[in-house]
Every structure is written in C-alpha cells, then in structure tokens.
Design a protein around this ligand. Structure first.
Ligand SMILES: Nc1ncnc2c1ncn2[C@@H]1O[C@H](COP(=O)(O)OP(=O)(O)OP(=O)(O)O)[C@@H](O)[C@H]1O
Length: 322
C-alpha cells in the first residue's frame, strides 16, 4: 500500500496510508469505527477507487490480476448470499463464474465445517454459519492473500475461537492474512503484527508485542513477601502502592510498567510471586489514547470517547510510514 488516500466529499476516509502486509503471519488492521478500515480493504479489492496512491497484491493492482479469486479471497459482508440458495449452490455459482472446478466446492465446505448443512438454504443460517460460508467463498480459489473485515463481529465465543484458529492456520500455511477489527484485545489474541489507523492515518505498524508494550499501565502484584517486593520495585525506580482486596488480601499496584518488567525485577530479587496481572483493559485505553491523539493531530475534531489521557512513551507518530 503506497500513499493510499480516499476522499469522500469533505471526508478524508483514508489519508496517505503506506504499509506492507507480509505472508506467513496474521496482520491485524486496527482502528476505531470510522477509521477507514473498510474503505482501505475495498480499495485493495478494486471496489473503491483511490483518490491517490494505490495498492498492489503480488506486485499488481487488483484489476490487473489474471484470476482474482485465485489470488485474493475476501470476507467483507457475510450476509450477501442469496437467501434462497443453498450453501453448496451459492459456492457452485461462484466457482462457475470464476472458472474454478466444481469439486473445490465440497473441499471448501469441508474446510469450514459446513458439509452437513451444504444443502440447506443459506437464508436460514445463523451469523456464525454465514461467516463460515463467507470464508468458504473466500477460500474457493485457494488464494494466497486473504482479507477479512471484522470477521468476529456478532459471533458467539465458540465462533470467535474457531475463526481465530482458522486465520492462524491460514497464516501458518504461508498465506498473507489481513484482518480488521476495532478491538485491540481481540486483535492481540489473533494477530502477530498490527497496523493501527485513526482518522484514516497510520498510527502504528509494529508487532503485537511492541504495540502492547506501549501500554505502560499498572500491574497488580501479590506475594507472600510483599514488603520486600515493594522495596525491590522501589529500588528499581518504580512507585508501587499497597492495597487490599475485598476479601482482605494485600497487593501492590505498580503504575507505568509491564508485567514482564515487574516479573524480572521480582525474580532478580529472588522473591516469590503469587499473582502478576496486567490490566488488559489498559490495552484498549492505550489504543483509544493513540487514536484520540491522531484525531487531535488533525486539530479541532471530536476526541474518541474515553481516549483523552496521555500514555507515557506513546508517540503517535512512532512506527509511521516506512
Ligand atoms: N461511500 C461513502 N461515502 C461517503 N463517506 C464514506 C463512504 N464510505 C465510508 N465513508 C466515510 O469514510 C470514513 C471511513 O469509513 P470506513 O467504513 O472505511 O471505516 P471503518 O474503519 O471500516 O469503520 P467501521 O468499522 O465503522 O466500518 C467514515 O467517516 C465514513 O463515514
């Protein structure tokens, strides 16, 4: 993706985005609602025309691909299937339109676990089944590149776990997998790499570890030797604060630190740990904070709800366009 920009009237939905998506890993495409993720994906698929810049897949624009469905599979909106068609006839129709052998239909039904309901009307499918059918369609041409727009939205926990492992499996096969979401915690469980956008602009392009390490938020520590742990953390320049749980157990809250750092310090002091918890909500906070800063960066626009606080060390321009 090179300097990709899309203007809708006065709205700059995508603003000079440059990033690469690598094969063999799941890349999470993260941004709050309205950040421009769907528009970017639509431009990747030639469904929207960039105002400037462009996207290439294996060196070619989508429109130039010889067999698009065999090179790129996409799940944008799972509900576009004709409701009276069966899953199998919908896929057969797609296969025929793209000159893909009919036998591939039964293969993809098997891959997504829909074989037993292949003859049923797609209109009666649950959201989870519709998502699987959409994935079957995306897999029909056995493409090397896969784009999924918010694939876990509205799914039950079982469906979410299934989609996550499916995407990871595709990446492990060496495919290029780009998946969008507005939830950082969800993405941090699924993706290896993150591309984060806010107001159409690139905010971060980094590994999940690098990005979540920015969440220098508080860590909660319990230990049977808490006063010594408190001293060790204080000696390391941290500022632990003691607290007591509702059931009377004492703990320390350590701000501006990661669980890795606290674990290392306590371990180096030879002290036992009974609990070491990073506040996972802080991941969303760092994300909201970063995207809010991108909004501020544009000047005069509304801040994202709950995202106004500054996270130490979070530089909104870090990891910018390469
Ligand atoms: N066809 C269109 N015409 C005008 N404005 C549009 C159009 N499509 C998207 N936009 C605007 O572009 C911006 C980005 O929208 P987009 O759907 O790409 O964001 P998103 O990150 O995918 O968010 P969501 O998850 O809510 O769909 C929004 O301000 C949206 O209102």
């Amino acid at each position: 993706m090179q300097n990709l920009t899309k203007q809708f009237g006065s709205v700059r939905a995508v603003d000079d985005l440059t990033f690469d998506v690598s094969p063999g890993v799941v890349t999470g495409f993260l941004g709050p609602n309205g950040a421009g993720k769907s528009t970017t994906m639509r431009m990747m698929l030639g469904l929207d025309t960039p105002t400037s810049g462009g996207v290439t897949i294996d060196g070619k624009r989508y429109a130039e691909l010889d067999h698009p469905l065999r090179q790129v599979g996409a799940l944008l909106d799972a509900r576009w299937v004709h409701p009276n068609r069966s899953a199998r006839s919908h896929l057969r129709w797609m296969a025929a339109a793209n000159r893909i052998p009919t036998r591939r239909v039964d293969e993809v039904l098997e891959i997504v676990g829909l074989t037993s309901v292949a003859g049923k009307r797609a209109g009666g499918f649950s959201l989870g089944m519709s998502q699987r059918l959409g994935l079957a369609g995306a897999m029909l041409g056995d493409p090397h590149t896969l784009l999924f727009d918010e694939p876990v939205n509205g799914l039950d926990p079982e469906g979410i776990v299934w989609i996550r492992s499916f995407m990871r499996h595709l990446a492990a096969e060496g495919r290029t997998v780009l998946v969008s979401s507005h939830l950082l915690t969800e993405m941090s469980r699924t993706a290896d790499h993150l591309v984060v956008i806010g107001q159409g602009k690139l905010i971060a392009d980094s590994s999940v570890e690098e990005f979540t390490a920015r969440a220098r938020s508080s860590v909660r520590v319990r230990s049977p030797r808490l006063p010594e742990v408190e001293r060790a953390l204080g000696a390391a320049g941290l500022a632990p604060t003691p607290g007591t749980t509702a059931d009377g157990r004492t703990f320390l809250t350590v701000p501006d630190v990661t669980t890795d750092q606290v674990g290392d310090i306590v371990g180096a002091a030879g002290l036992p740990l009974h609990e070491l918890v990073g506040d996972s909500a802080s991941l969303e906070e760092v994300f909201m904070s970063l995207t809010a800063q991108s909004v501020q960066y544009h000047g005069g626009m509304t801040l994202q709800p709950g995202g106004a606080q500054q996270i130490p060390g979070a530089d909104p321009t870090a990891g910018g366009p390469r």
